[in-house]
Design a protein around this ligand. Structure first.
Ligand SMILES: Nc1nc2c(c(=O)[nH]1)N[C@H]1C(S)=C(S)[C@@H](COP(=O)(O)O)O[C@H]1N2
Ligand SMILES: [Mo]
Length: 318
């Protein structure tokens, strides 16, 4: 992420154009397979299915928090990803995340808590009713989506472990296992991927412990089996495939800030007024749309979260 600028090739192409390119690639792949021994050449898993796929989750209610906007297609949400554990191209996660084994999976919750826990995903799913939350999703790279996530407020989990009075931050760590996550063999980032929230940010009802997408379990490329989604922050704050949550007293160092401290602040709040050192954050391109649109302060969630930052220098709101 530190190395790229908003990619003009991707950013200017309509998703339709991208699909056409992919379809053409698939057709060539299919022709290639026919030309050799049938079945001997695996087709590239470039294009995902058009319609939601995977195990259906029991969703108790649906909450639209994207102002009635149409959700980005399943296909775009599951094939245009950032997940550097599987490579740095947008198409890499969908093509390569098959090596991740999201079950069985244990989440360790420890640090400054009275009741440290190790929880299986199945038990996490039972902690609270699952909701569909339609959120805007904004990457630092100036693309955005509207995503129907499935999960429940992270606060529900935090309450169970009873943080001590010393707990001021919660740290999220992605699984560290280069056998499952081959991208960890190269040093693009400081592994395991580490992100963190201040305690009040973690407890805000918008912060979603996320297990699904479009009513289905999370595809690997979107962070199976468990990720966090903080809709008023840039996407990088939402760690995927979380194996450990740790409560700590001092502000931890996080992966992107370690790599490029001048480019990624701790807060990562969406702020159109503060440019990234190498590009403007004033506008964004919604996947599926041609024209750029204005980026909203706090990604449109200011009414819910601006109060968390009262007294903080507005220039720090990124
Ligand atoms: N473990 C891990 N989590 C990650 C990333 C990553 O590379 N590794 N990329 C982040 C970035 S930069 C973004 S924009 C979002 C993308 O989420 P999505 O692919 O589900 O849209 O995931 C975030 N979480
Ligand atoms: Mo991102």
């Amino acid at each position: 992420m530190a190395r790229w600028k908003p990619d003009l090739r991707e950013a200017e192409a309509t998703p339709e154009a991208l699909y056409l390119r992919r379809r053409e690639f698939l057709r060539l792949g299919a022709a290639g397979a026919v030309g050799t021994a049938i079945g001997a050449v695996p087709l590239p898993a470039l294009a995902g299915p058009d319609d939601p796929a995977g195990e259906v989750l029991p969703v108790s209610r649906k909450v639209d928090m994207a102002g009635g906007e149409k959700a980005t297609t399943w296909k775009s949400v599951t094939t245009y990803n950032n997940f550097y554990e599987f490579g740095t191209d947008k198409s890499d996660p969908a093509e390569r995340a098959g090596s991740l084994r999201p079950r069985p999976w244990t989440l360790a919750v420890d640090g400054e808590v009275k009741r440290p826990l190790a929880l299986h995903v199945e038990d996490i799913l039972k902690l609270a009713p699952l909701e569909e939350r339609i959120y805007r999703h904004r990457c630092v790279e100036a693309w955005s989506m509207v995503v129907p996530w499935v999960g429940f407020p992270l606060a529900e989990l935090v309450k169970r472990v009873e943080p001590t009075s010393r707990a001021r931050y919660v740290v999220f760590q992605t699984l560290l296992d280069p056998a499952q996550m081959p991208g960890q063999r190269s040093r693009v980032l400081d592994w395991p991927y580490t992100e963190a929230l201040r305690m009040d940010e973690a407890m805000n009802p918008l912060t979603l412990l996320t297990v699904g997408l479009y009513g289905r379990v999370l595809p690997n490329q979107n962070g199976a089996p468990l990720r966090v989604v903080i809709p008023w922050k840039y996407g990088f704050k939402g760690a995927k495939s979380i194996a450990r949550m740790r409560f700590v007293e001092t502000q931890p160092r996080t992966s992107w800030a370690i790599l490029a401290p001048s480019e990624y602040g701790f807060y990562g709040n969406v702020n159109p007024a503060v440019d990234h050192p190498r590009w403007s954050q004033a506008k964004e391109r919604r996947l599926g749309e041609f024209f750029r649109r204005d980026t909203l302060p706090f990604n449109g969630y200011g009414a819910e979260v601006a109060g968390l930052y009262a007294g903080l220098d507005p220039r720090k709101l990124y």
